[in-house]
Design a protein around this ligand. Structure first.
Ligand code: APR
Length: 309
């Protein structure tokens, strides 16, 4: 069976790290495409140099020409500016919107059947824009936000409790930004809800740490934003898509009446497979969780409207 082909638009920190993980896991042949001349070619060559050390089977190439991306099974969009200290993801909006508007049509022209995974920030607004520009059914174009936020919540829980990460199941839904909604009642250590393990103020501190986790990384790095955990989160989604597993992952999907929310992209658990979003099974949220999710949806809808999309 032919190996799947994954195009990664944007050969920067997130894009190249995603490529490395895909190669290491043997998941797909990879094409890195970028506007910067030499950058995707150089990163691809460097990655290929690691092949005889790591002995992975797939190949990677770098290009500035979308013709080389033809017939990709999945296109991951990481093109765009990352945050600098003090910036919110929303500060990136105008510059990244122009980039998304240009890369989506170019990629679709070469890979009309592909599944598209958006990563560029501000994530929920850029995913909405990508969907709008693409003309694709929303099942085939969605974003990576909730997997990363859930991973960061899991890390905060692990640090606080000392529990091994494999015993922790953490869930964050909502916008990938200040309005994200960590769900302590649905996050467990060895199957026990966090709310039964820790006092309310400790839970609240972990929630705050999760909401600010990306900014914490940006403040330390000073140049650019997180990329290892984002890349790992993208690859978790690609494993479900390429393997057609139906795994349920918190993903930035378009809600069309789910949770009483209409026509907004934001993260909720979604089953992913080779056709993209297979199903959005609804969580049994209590009144305050549902209110928080709806408030998060309102913040995304307002950002979309403010951007004139
Ligand atoms: N087409 C293709 N690539 C582009 C374009 C474009 N029109 N515009 C910019 N790029 C490329 C840049 O040349 C750069 O190589 O996108 C890449 C972005 O890489 P980095 O600056 O390293 O940013 P990164 O940390 O990878 O973040 C990318 O993901 O998590 C989000 O907020 C983050 O929006 C940002 C995106």
């Amino acid at each position: 069976m032919a190996r799947p082909k994954v195009t990664i638009v944007g050969a920067g920190q997130v894009g190249a790290t995603t490529a490395f993980l895909l190669l290491e896991k043997g998941l797909a042949d990879v094409v890195l495409v970028d506007v910067a001349e030499g950058l995707p070619q150089g990163k691809a060559l460097d990655l290929m140099h690691s092949r005889s050390v790591e002995h992975f089977a797939p190949t990677v190439s770098g290009t500035n020409d979308y013709a080389d991306t033809a017939d990709s099974d999945v296109v991951v969009v990481t093109a765009g500016l990352p945050r600098k200290p003090g910036m919110t993801r929303e500060d990136l909006l105008a510059a990244n919107a122009a980039i998304v508007r240009s890369v989506i049509p170019a990629a679709i022209e070469e890979s009309p059947e592909a599944i598209f995974v958006c990563v560029t920030n501000p994530l929920d607004v850029m995913t909405h824009l990508a969907w709008q520009v693409s003309g694709l059914p929303c099942q085939r174009i969605f974003g990576m936000g909730g997997v990363l936020d859930s991973a960061r919540f899991a890390f905060a829980i692990a640090e606080e409790t000392g529990a091994p990460t494999e015993t922790i199941d953490a869930l964050v839904v909502g916008a990938h930004g200040e309005a994200m909604v960590p769900l302590p009642r649905m996050s467990t250590v060895n199957g026990t809800p966090l709310t039964e393990i820790l006092p309310a103020e400790r839970v609240e501190a972990l929630v705050d740490r999760t909401v600010n986790a990306g900014a914490e990384v940006v403040a330390l790095l000073k140049t650019g934003s997180a990329f290892y955990a984002p890349a790992a989160s993208i690859v978790a989604m690609l494993e479900a898509i390429l393997g057609d597993t139906g795994a349920v992952l918190s993903s930035c999907v378009r809600l069309e009446g789910h949770y009483g929310i209409e026509d907004v992209y934001l993260s909720v658990p979604a089953a992913l497979g080779s056709l993209g979003v297979l199903e959005i099974p609804e969580l049994d949220l209590d009144a305050s969780e549902l209110a928080a999710l709806r408030a998060s949806a309102t913040s995304v809808a307002e950002a979309v409207a403010a951007a004139g999309l």
